[in-house]
Write a new protein. Structure first.
Length: 67
């Protein structure tokens, strides 16, 4: 399974209060993906839990991996 370091950020697509979305390229193959980065604030796991629960609603074939 690829690691965070295996991707190159091409550009930022969107940003919100505690997350940013990027277009990334898998360095090994050049394939493009969208990566969502959620910022974890000390003591505030609720927003992260909300993002995780939302991502679980997608079909597994659309989720590459979680870091």
């Amino acid at each position: 399974m690829p690691k965070f370091e295996d991707y190159e950020i091409v550009r930022q697509l969107k940003s919100g209060q505690n997350c940013r979305t990027f277009l990334v390229k898998l360095k090994r193959t050049g394939e493009l993906y969208v990566m969502k980065r959620v910022q974890l604030n000390a003591g505030d796991n609720s927003s992260v839990d909300e993002h995780i629960n939302a991502m679980k609603q997608y079909e597994p074939r659309f989720i590459v991996c979680n870091f």
